[in-house]
Write a protein that binds this ligand. Structure first.
Ligand code: BGC
Length: 471
């Protein structure tokens, strides 16, 4: 811990950059959280039925999937920094637009545009941060983004709770999103380019200046030579390269991490947290208040991950986190299975505990580690396309699970849905155990060389899991 704090002091410049870039995470989280509190009011004000409501939630998620694809191209063409700047501006404009909505079509259109910006922020933020970070602290720095996602969710929950009784409250809830959007755009205009993007543009002097803020002179030259080697070896690539024999195994890991995040039901708990607590027997008012507790544990656990990832490593935390989330899902399933008499007798901590445990384990494992690993394991030449592909899977499955959750509870019961999520958790855990490598402490270029060399024999390191590219 003290080692991390002294690293943080040494890396104040990168930490500052990470904090500003992670505003992208904040707006991602704010929008994820705000809609659950705003939906009951806006559906009433705009006379929207349950079908329309699913689309109010879903339009943003579809927009995010499209935004991720567009920004794969933008992040290479106009840079990570300016892509995030554009994302911040679009977000601010669409947040204000959505607050003035007068019909469901208007609202869904504004939320689709908002989604374009959220999809952009969701992967360009971790990509930009990891490209700036020294390897020793890359886990913590990149996880700032997840920390800000969870902070955005918490702020949204608190806002929803605080504005409960106000007229036009949903318009204010949506409009507030413009604040982090503007803050992100201003911040991105001020921060430097990613050194790796600069090297791709053959701008070594500028890359050297950027690294000079956080590396010693020797480290700068070594790191730039390393990047140069990787850049020179790269050939012009198209989308088909992500399916090449070297990248395919990594893409599979990225996609499974992306899909697993959603199939274990994280956004069921985030979007329908208050509803789930209500199902558990809490009265409506109390469940909205209790949802704030869920937001707090979610945020605090992301902070724990930030402190641990560079010490304990990604792989161990991923395995512990996924196992813990899976067991918590089994417990939530039993809670529902026992029936309402049991639930009403246990609306205190006993009811909240498995949901809180679930969030805790998600946030020390799969939550941050998906975004972290996709930002570090792909070769530079293909990075934006591969990251965008994994991100699209994440948003599409987010959409599917959110869209079908309420319907599924009617089909297989509430216990059945949570046990189904637990089943996906068990499958994901097995895959992670067999396939996910450790990336802690390695430079991005070292990881890239491993991919190049990795199609041969399998060099299993002690506790290190499989080598990159050997799956
Ligand atoms: C996921 C989001 C989720 C959030 C919850 C992120 O890692 O990608 O879908 O809403 O974590 O904290």
């Amino acid at each position: 811990m003290s080692a991390l704090l002294s690293e943080m002091r040494r890396n104040g410049f990168v930490a500052g950059i990470a904090l500003l870039a992670a505003l992208g995470g904040f707006l991602f989280g704010y929008d994820t959280g705000v809609i659950s509190g705003a939906a009951p009011y806006l559906t009433k004000a705009l006379h929207i039925g349950s079908f329309g409501e699913s689309w109010v939630v879903g339009s943003l998620l579809l927009g995010a999937a499209v935004g991720a694809v567009c920004s794969a191209w933008l992040a290479d063409a106009i840079s990570r920094k300016w892509t995030k700047f554009v994302g911040g501006c679009v977000y601010a404009a669409a947040a204000i637009g959505s607050a003035f909505a007068t019909s469901v079509v208007f609202l869904c259109t504004a939320r689709f545009v908002l989604g374009l910006a959220v999809g952009t922020a969701s992967f360009v933020a971790p990509m930009y941060i990891s490209e700036h970070s020294p390897r020793r602290v890359r886990g913590a720095m990149t996880t700032f983004n997840q920390f800000m996602i969870t902070l955005g969710i918490l702020v949204a929950y608190i806002g929803d709770f605080a504005l409960k009784g106000f007229a036009h409250n949903w318009r204010w809830m949506l409009a507030f999103g413009a604040v982090p959007g503007i803050a992100l755009a201003i911040s991105m205009a001020l921060v430097p380019h990613s050194p790796r993007w600069l090297m791709e543009q053959d701008r070594r002097d500028e890359a050297s200046q950027v690294l000079g803020h956080s590396r010693s002179d020797d480290e700068i030259d070594d790191e730039l030579d390393d990047i140069q080697e990787v850049v020179e070896a790269q050939e012009a690539t198209g989308w088909s390269e992500i399916l090449s024999s070297k990248v395919r195994p990594l893409l599979l890991i990225g996609v499974v991490l992306a899909v697993a995040q959603q199939l274990i039901g994280i956004n069921t708990v985030i979007y329908y947290g208050a509803t789930i607590l209500h199902y558990m027997g809490y009265p409506t008012g109390a469940s909205v208040g209790r949802a704030v507790y869920l937001g707090i544990i979610n945020w605090a656990a992301a902070g724990v991950a930030l402190l641990l990832l560079d010490f304990v490593g990604r792989r161990v935390l991923l395995l512990i986190g996924t196992a813990g989330s899976t067991l918590s899902l089994v417990a939530i399933g039993f809670y529902f299975h026992e029936g309402s008499a049991f639930q009403h007798a246990n609306t205190g901590l006993a009811g909240l505990a498995p949901v809180m445990a679930y969030l805790f384990f998600f946030e020390i494992g799969l939550g941050p580690i998906f975004w972290l690993m996709i930002s570090e394991m792909f070769p530079l030449r293909i990075k934006s396309k591969a990251m965008a592909t994994a991100t699209v899977f994440n948003w599409v499955f987010n959409f599917l699970i959110s869209y079908f959750f309420l319907r599924m509870t009617k089909g297989i019961g509430r216990d059945g849905v949570f046990w189904m999520y637990a089943g996906f958790g068990a499958l994901a855990l097995t895959f992670f155990f067999l396939k996910v490598p450790e990336t802690k402490g390695k430079s991005l270029e070292q990881l890239e060389r491993e991919v190049g060399a990795g199609s041969g024999e399998r060099q299993q390191r002690r506790h290190g899991g499989p080598e990159l590219g050997t799956t």
